[in-house]
Design a protein around this ligand. Structure first.
Ligand code: DX5
Ligand code: ZN
Length: 217
């Protein structure tokens, strides 16, 4: 099944509850939360307190994308705040296996994210530890950047490998998803699409969510 994960990075933070309800009612299944620390990426966003406020108001699956240094120090806080999946960047980990196991021991789904310069081979050794691979299709840090089609061959390799091995891992693509690039991401093998600006900067965010859901069906 294909999943649409609107990213609240492009939402109106003064009206966050309304913006979340909007995409939930339109049929989105996940909500993508971009956590930035100003160190791993040159931008700052939200932390566990905001997730804790979001949690009781929505049934959406909270897809938490940590773009922070030393993610292990914060896993418990994000788990307690109500994240359903915690995704960490390979680039931030000295011992990926230990951190992924820590996420699982908190009874959360575990994701591993790759910057756009990484190959599929970088994530392959960890596929049996994770529920999701996140291929970044822009450099992490900001919404509204241009999609990088050069990541698509790596996504395709990952999909082929998963088909061969039968490992139950989702493939998510994040960055620059719009009406033109979403079909490319899906045909390369992604089954979860993150979209920030394409949804929240459009005149009709609900219609945009429905467009991606229909595309996927
Ligand atoms: C970028 C974030 C993305 C971002 C996507 O670092 O990880 O989730 O919100 O925004 P768009 O869809 O506008 O590229
Ligand atoms: Zn993200």
């Amino acid at each position: 099944m294909t999943i649409i994960a609107p990213s609240i990075l492009s939402a109106d933070f003064a009206r966050l509850g309304r913006d979340i309800e909007l995409v939930e009612q339109a049929g989105a299944q996940w909500l993508h939360l971009d956590i930035m620390d100003g160190h791993f990426v040159p931008n700052l966003t939200i932390g566990p307190a905001v997730i804790e406020s979001i949690r009781p108001g929505t049934k959406l699956f909270l897809d938490t994308h940590l773009m922070i240094k030393n993610p292990a120090d914060y896993l418990e806080a994000f788990a307690r705040a109500g994240a359903d999946l915690i995704c960490v960047h390979l680039e931030t980990l000295d011992n990926p296996r230990a951190v992924l196991r820590q996420i699982k021991s908190l009874r959360k789904k575990a994701g591993l994210a790759l910057n756009p310069d990484k190959k599929f081979a970088a994530v392959e050794p960890y596929l049996n530890e994770i529920d999701l691979v996140l291929f970044m299709s822009v450099w992490p840090g900001f919404a509204g950047q241009k999609f990088r089609p050069d990541i698509l061959p790596e996504v395709k390799k990952c999909r082929e490998h998963l088909a061969k091995t039968g490992l139950p891992v989702d493939i998510e693509i994040d960055g620059g998803i719009n009406r033109e690039t979403a079909p490319q991401a899906l045909s390369a093998g992604a089954n979860i699409l993150v979209a920030g600006s394409a949804i929240y900067r459009s005149a009709d965010p609900a219609a945009e969510v429905q467009y991606y859901l229909n595309l996927a069906a």
